[in-house]
Design a protein around this ligand. Structure first.
Ligand SMILES: Cc1cc2nc3c(=O)[nH]c(=O)nc-3n(C[C@H](O)[C@H](O)[C@H](O)COP(=O)(O)OP(=O)(O)OC[C@H]3O[C@@H](n4cnc5c(N)ncnc54)[C@H](O)[C@@H]3O)c2cc1C
Length: 376
């Protein structure tokens, strides 16, 4: 059997693509060398919130995705989403300004913070600008990924190379007509110089505390509303030094825990904290903070055909040389659960219905920048 699609990586990006493709009747082979949601996605607190900052392209992309994804999870996976308002508190003077600007320009609904919440805040948090947003949520990261990918055929295998025979891709005994790369910040299968993906290690903890929180709080870290057992999630650290595939020393779990508790206590007076679980993984960010979504340009072949690209001359994007039937979804940084349903739908509509992908998301945007810099 030849599958219609092979998806490499069963994180939220791969699983969201699997959902939109299988829903349309396509057969999907989903590869992950560990398990579903075993990378960054398994570690995520999976907060669904907008980016509270000045208006701009990335802020507006995340806001569109936040609105889409809230509806998407609520409609399709109501038992896996917990809707709670969000108290966002500025961290410093610079952020005070951003929160104020956001409040002045946003169409999202917000209100004053409830008195009960005010009494739980530290003096530092009380002194800073805040926003009490009506709609935010957390999703059950692992269950959502499992549910999204339930109609795919799962292969617990590491894909080490892309082998295309002119008609389909071959992965051992498995064949697929088209491939979607969704392998996050782990070893890349293509070495194209314009694709720069950075792994940012993150740590989240689940804790039990005698302090009950009715809603999510974002300040130095994100703290979720408590569940019925008084358990809440605190995340996440941003560690650019540790990499599970490259670091020679093991990750220091205790220092991550200490950092998370210290940062949480800077905002909220949480009492009698007991750590119940640790979750760690890599986020994957791009240099310009936008995701990589769509077809991939072959650098050498394209530069040989269009040497003028190196002198900043423009070439119609459609004429560039692309890998056949190969697509990427990656670089969603700290907003994977917000962005994935939204951008996976855009990618699948592009592949199935030939709909456009905005140029700011296409990997070719970075190819053009790279081409100008390189002299062969
Ligand atoms: C601690 C932490 C907290 C976070 N909190 C939030 C949050 O609150 N809200 C939010 O929206 N986002 C959050 N994020 C970010 C979010 O988790 C990521 O953006 C998202 O998980 C990225 O998903 P992905 O599918 O691109 O990658 P991943 O989830 O990393 O998935 C990639 C998968 O590919 C597999 N793989 C890699 N290479 C191969 C190969 N060669 N063959 C087979 N399989 C392979 C890996 O095993 C992995 O399972 C958080 C991240 C972390 C680490």
């Amino acid at each position: 059997m030849i599958f219609d699609f092979a998806i490499i990586g069963a994180g939220i990006n791969g699983c969201a693509c699997s959902y939109f493709l299988t829903k349309e009747g396509f057969s999907v082979a989903l590869f992950d060398h560990v398990a579903i949601a075993s990378g960054g996605s398994g570690a995520a607190g999976a907060f669904i919130s907008p980016k509270i900052s000045k208006k701009g392209d990335i802020q507006s992309l995340i806001e569109s995705a936040y609105l889409f994804s809230l509806d998407f999870y609520n409609q399709n996976f109501p038992s896996m989403i917990k809707n709670s308002p969000l108290l966002h508190i500025a961290r410093d003077e610079k952020e005070n300004k951003k929160v104020k600007e956001f409040k002045e320009s946003t169409a999202l609904k917000f209100s004053d913070m409830p008195d009960k919440t005010l009494s739980l805040l530290s003096d530092y948090a009380k002194e800073h600008e805040s926003l009490f947003l009506e709609r935010s949520a957390t999703v059950d990261a692992k269950r959502v990924c499992e549910e999204l990918s339930k109609d795919a055929t799962f292969f617990k295998e590491k894909v080490t190379e892309l082998n295309f025979n002119g008609d389909h891709y071959i992965f051992g005994d498995t064949k697929a007509k088209k491939v979607i790369l969704a392998n996050g910040a782990y070893t890349q299968l293509l070495n194209e110089p314009y694709i720069n993906l950075r792994g940012i290690w993150g740590h989240r903890i689940d804790v039990k505390t005698t302090t009950a929180l009715d809603h999510n709080i974002h300040n130095f870290v994100s703290i979720s509303a408590s569940d019925q057992n008084n358990i809440l999630a605190i995340g996440a650290t941003h560690n650019v030094h540790f990499h599970p595939e490259r670091s020679s020393e093991a990750y220091d779990l205790q220092s991550g825990r200490d950092e998370l508790i210290e940062k949480a206590l800077k905002s909220v007076k949480l009492e009698n904290i007991e750590i119940l679980a640790d979750h760690v993984g890599l986020r994957c960010g791009s240099n310009d903070y936008f995701p990589y979504l769509g077809k991939l340009v072959k650098t050498n072949e394209t530069l040989d055909k269009f040497p003028q690209l190196q002198f900043g001359k423009s070439v119609d994007e459609r004429k560039l040389i692309y890998y056949e039937n190969l697509y990427m979804i990656n670089g969603v940084g700290g907003y994977g659960f917000v962005l994935a349903p939204y951008i996976a739908k855009i990618l699948c509509d592009h592949i199935i219905k030939d709909e456009n992908i905005d140029h700011t998301l296409e990997p070719s945007r970075l190819f053009f920048r790279y081409a100008k810099k390189v002299k062969k």
